[in-house]
Design a protein around this ligand. Structure first.
Ligand SMILES: *Cc1c(COP(=O)(O)O)cnc(C)c1O
Length: 810
């Protein structure tokens, strides 16, 4: 700690001696607390200092802080390093660590392709080098230092991604990374809005290269410009298909799924067979190949390794498994740091289910097996994993390090032959293995079978939207998760929201709340329509009722008294103009009378609901509602000596009436990417299916039931496996609705059937098995709603439960 304090120029307050091997910024994902140094960052949404006491009780003894709080006096064993700025300290430590490392550092920047180039370079180099690479896409001001701190003493090459979105950021990254070799992947339009010109953005990115010996990239204007931004001593190594460059490339053949290119460099000339046809893969591959050429790899080796490049799954998938299991699939890379990340994600899943980990041997740990596997076993114990299944020779050899109930198999085939599906039930299962083990077969074995129509839920987009709303308000945030979280799923979404520390969840009915409690949700839950039959359960499961009438309040209070419970929180609903439910102003005297004597309930909040918060034509009415709300709530509050929270805004209200956030806001549709003000939200749900068959139909033929559509030319008509029973509205029949397939919008033709419908794919090269989007990133759900004369809420909540929800996260 002394040494670290010196490096980061902080003031040390010593506790017990600790040995630091891990660094963390996230209080929720710490695996070996006694060896972790926690950096208490202050972000827009969280302040790390708030979690120090909890972390201390979890066993963490080392903290970097920027404010010393009196309460820390009660943590006698803790070591604190007090610095001016915690992020700067993290970056200083990372810079120091990188300087100590003997690894040659390859720094990658550009708008797209960073992660692919990084992973491919890894695939190309790992046979001959101990290669370290940043986990996933850790490339930000926080991600880069954490990446660098992971470089171990064995590594001789470290590949680090650098991503920026604003001016001034690259300089800080450059100070830490100091790459020996730089790669510029591609200049796109991401983050243009933060720069006055493309040149300014490029100049910022080029800063990464100021200490490079070599810079690699595609020859052209971008490279020319980068040359003007770096010292003249920097060497460039470029490739091009069009202009003169160090490596001359010529595409000789593009087939469906691969591309052959002829490469000429000096005297050498050879043909690469890249196992991808698209242009982005070609560019990414050439940038990686340049590194091999610089390192004087022989052409035969380059050719054979490139032929084996494999696709990079950028996302980890969370899927519904058999027998009520949840699968976390992550089987594209295999190293201890990505294992750690996958375990963190496992920790965010339904906590009522048992945790199972299926893991293959690590192909590239950089650590000796005798050190590695005992530490993996320890990590599993800390993460409360109740069943471990190891696949591969190394794991089998180390079976004695693991818990006695663990099971081991030589390879995936033996697993599939000997395990039964019935062995897996009510569990969350992490499936994590190196590619050679082909764990996709295990995932297939454990995955719930479905008819191929899915609602894909992008959890990163959801978190982005949550953070957008957070940036608008200082108030507490309640998220409405009624109706299966607007169709996107209840347990998974509630777990995500709990992990991201929202303050309240609100459901429509008590049974929805009970389901969330059963899934391990512990944050407060309010129930909007409390039914009398559910009162006992609500008390038992700590579900707080919304009270909209006096008789309900009396009955609920009686129920509490029966259980001998005091101070149970309730939420009083006021009617200010919606005229649906709630106390009117004239009801207040009776309500207050009720509280004259000692009661078992206590009022946690008073709230009301706006009838037209999304439309300017109603603004006068809305302000009237708010004014009445203020008057009524002041009247109530005056009668209590404790503070009662107030809230009135839904999503549109949060965006449009920032002066009325009061103590809490209630976020609903905004979380799903729908904004009343065109705010930069991201679409969350995509409704997708696939083409199950295609038929050639001559001109003038009718299609489907009722003969409502006719072909007007020789046509290709595809069947997709989604119908009105899945939630595809039948009013979209007969060319009213469109779907997105193979980069184009095509019309629905004929009447929509119960389980299928037909689309006209004549103008596309669509084939059987192609994915079809009904709504999502290409066809906004708002557009569909407009077409049907309804609101997105109805479409989202109308997707049938038989449609499997699939969750994605980068
Ligand atoms: C559903 C609901 C909300 C959220 O509304 P959105 O328009 O989806 O943001 C807020 N408050 C109450 C009482 C609700 O029922």
């Amino acid at each position: 700690m002394k040494e670290i304090a010196d490096i980061i120029e902080g003031e040390l307050r010593q506790g017990i001696p600790v040995e630091i091997t891990e660094y963390s910024i996230d209080s929720r994902s710490i695996i070996t607390p006694e060896h972790t140094l926690f950096f208490a960052l202050k972000g827009n949404n969280h302040n790390g200092h708030d979690y120090i006491q909890t972390l201390y009780s979890d066993g963490i003894r080392a903290f970097v802080i920027s404010e010393y709080r009196a309460e820390f006096d009660h943590l006698p064993e803790a070591n604190f390093i007090l610095v001016k700025d915690v992020l700067t300290a993290l970056q200083q430590l990372a810079a120091f660590h990188r300087q100590q490392s003997r690894a040659e550092v390859i720094g990658i920047t550009g708008s797209n392709g960073k992660t692919v180039v990084k992973e491919w370079l890894y695939q190309l180099l790992a046979n001959d080098h101990a290669v370290y690479r940043s986990p996933r896409s850790y490339n930000s001001q926080v991600g880069v230092p954490l990446s660098l701190l992971g470089i171990d003493t064995k590594a001789d090459i470290a590949i680090i991604e650098a991503g920026i979105s604003q001016k001034g950021e690259m300089q800080r990254l450059q100070h830490m990374i100091r790459p020996d070799i730089g790669i510029f992947t591609h200049l796109g339009d991401a983050h243009d809005e933060n720069f006055s010109s493309r040149e300014e953005k490029l100049a910022e990115k080029a800063r990464l290269f100021t200490t490079c010996r070599w810079v690699i990239g595609q020859a052209g204007n971008v490279m020319q410009f980068i040359r003007t931004q770096v010292p003249t001593t920097t060497s460039f190594f470029t490739w091009s298909e069009e202009i003169e460059a160090d490596v001359q490339v010529q595409t000789v053949n593009i087939a469906l799924d691969h591309r052959e290119v002829k490469v000429t460099h000096g005297q050498q000339s050879f043909t690469l067979d890249i196992p991808f046809a698209d242009i982005a893969s070609f560019e990414n591959c050439m940038n990686a190949v340049c590194v091999l050429l610089l390192k004087k790899y022989a052409p035969e080796i380059i050719v054979s390794r490139v032929a084996q490049l494999s696709a990079i799954a950028m996302r980890l998938e969370i899927k519904e498994g058999i027998n009520n299991c949840t699968l976390v699939n992550d089987y594209y890379n295999s190293d201890p740091s990505s294992f750690q990340l996958a375990l963190n994600i496992l920790a965010t899943q339904d906590t009522s289910k048992e945790r199972v980990v299926i893991l293959s041997d690590f192909m590239d740990s950089g650590k000796e097996a005798d050190d590695l596997y005992p530490s993996i076993a320890e990590t599993l114990r800390q993460a409360n994993v109740s069943l471990f299944i190891g696949i591969g020779k190394h794991l089998s050899d180390h079976r004695h390090d693991f818990a006695p109930n663990s099971r081991f198999y030589e390879d995936t085939e033996h697993f599939l032959r000997q395990e039964e599906r019935e062995n897996f039930k009510d569990q969350v299962i992490l499936i994590k293995g190196a590619r050679v083990f082909q764990f996709e077969f295990i995932a297939g074995f454990l995955q719930k079978q479905s008819h191929g129509t899915i609602l894909e839920v992008d959890l990163d987009a959801m978190v982005h939207n949550l953070n957008h709303f957070r940036s608008l308000t200082d108030a507490h945030i309640a998220v409405m998760v009624k109706a299966f979280s607007y169709g996107s799923g209840s347990r998974e979404i509630a777990s995500l929201l709990q992990y991201h520390r929202v303050d309240y969840l609100m459901v429509a009915f008590a049974d929805e709340g009970i389901e969330l409690r059963a899934a391990g949700i512990t944050i407060p839950i309010a129930v909007m329509n409390p039914e009398r039959e559910a009162f006992d359960n609500m008390v038992m499961f700590n579900l707080e009722p919304e009270i909209y009438a006096l008789d309900i309040l009396e009955d609920f209070n009686r129920s509490l008294a029966k259980h001998g419970i005091k101070r149970f929180p309730v939420h009083i609903k006021l009617n200010t103009g919606m005229n649906r439910s709630g106390f009117d102003e004239r009801d207040l005297p009776r309500l207050l009378d009720f509280f004259r004597s000692e009661r078992s309930v206590y009022i946690r909040s008073i709230f009301s609901h706006l009838a037209g918060s999304d439309e300017t034509i109603h603004d006068k009415f809305t302000l009237g509602q708010i004014q009445l709300f203020e008057r009524m709530t002041e009247h109530i509050q005056a009668r209590f000596d404790y503070k009662i929270w107030r809230h009135i805004l839904n999503s549109a209200g949060i965006e449009r009436f920032p002066q009325y956030h009061f103590d809490m806001v209630r976020l609903g549709i905004g979380l799903h990417g729908i904004s009343a003000t065109n705010a930069p939200l991201q679409p969350v749900s995509s409704f997708k299916t696939y083409i199950s068959s295609i038929r050639e139909v001559p001109e003038g033929q009718s299609i489907g039931y009722g003969r409502k559509s006719f072909t007007t030319r020789p046509s290709r008509i595809a069947v997709i496996t989604v119908g009105y029973a899945d939630g595809l509205n039948r009013h979209l029949s007969n060319r009213v609705g469109h779907v997105f397939v193979k980069g184009k919008r095509v019309p629905i033709i004929g009447n929509i059937c119960m389980d299928t419908c037909m689309i006209d794919v004549t103008d596309t090269d669509a084939t059987i098995g192609d994915e079809v989007e009904i709504f999502g990133k290409h066809i906004p759900v708002t557009e569909l709603a407009e077409q049907l004369g309804t609101i997105p809420y109805e479409i989202l909540t109308g997707i049938s439960h038989r449609v499997k929800r699939v969750y994605y996260k980068e």
